[in-house]
Design a protein around this ligand. Sequence first.
Ligand SMILES: Nc1ncnc2c1ncn2[C@@H]1O[C@H](COP(=O)(O)OP(=O)(O)O)[C@@H](O)[C@H]1O
Ligand SMILES: [Mg+2]
Length: 192
Amino acid sequence: MSELSVNDLHLDYGTGAHANPILKGVSMQLQRGEVVALLGPSGSGKTTLLRAVAGLESPKAGTIDIATRRVFDGSRNFEMPAEERNLGLVFQSYALWPHKTVSDNVAYGLKLRKVGSSDIAARVKAVLAQLGLGHLGERYPHQLSGGQQQRVAIARALVYNPQVILLDEPLSNLDAKLREEARAFLRELIVR
Ligand SMILES: Nc1ncnc2c1ncn2[C@@H]1O[C@H](COP(=O)(O)OP(=O)(O)O)[C@@H](O)[C@H]1O
Ligand SMILES: [Mg+2]
């Protein structure tokens, strides 16, 4: 069974005479434990595909399955809302909330999902420790380095224990040295 299965996905931006086809029958499969990188020139639709899988864009045809759940089916006009898809998402700009502490940034999605506060505290603590951020929970984003901010964004995605995690150029905001470190750290996180 695939963890993620995209079949013959079609997506246009704009409608009618202004329709601009971006995805023209994309299919991909992701097996359990597998790491897949989408490669393609700028503007080829990589971000669009990730956003469609996440439920942030509406394709016009095709299907998307996450494990055993069909989350998009163009033929039935069915779209599961983004917040029910339980995906981990890390976007190109980390978009941390500047006025929330690191812990609150990571906790936010669990609060939205009405997880109990003692459970939230335990899960936030565990994921921060896992990413080497255990001592930074009370800091604000502007008090962190770029590499640390990137780890907070990843912690925020991992805290739900998602079946699939989508990373959109997660290293592009880092300088060359930090990028090397982040690569090693992501590799370790994935292998574990
Ligand atoms: N919200 C949008 N509305 C209209 N066109 C868009 C929108 N987002 C992206 N595009 C266009 O869709 C194409 C694919 O963009 P994108 O998925 O961001 O490519 P990539 O991530 O591979 O660089 C580009 O031509 C881009 O200009
Ligand atoms: Mg992109």
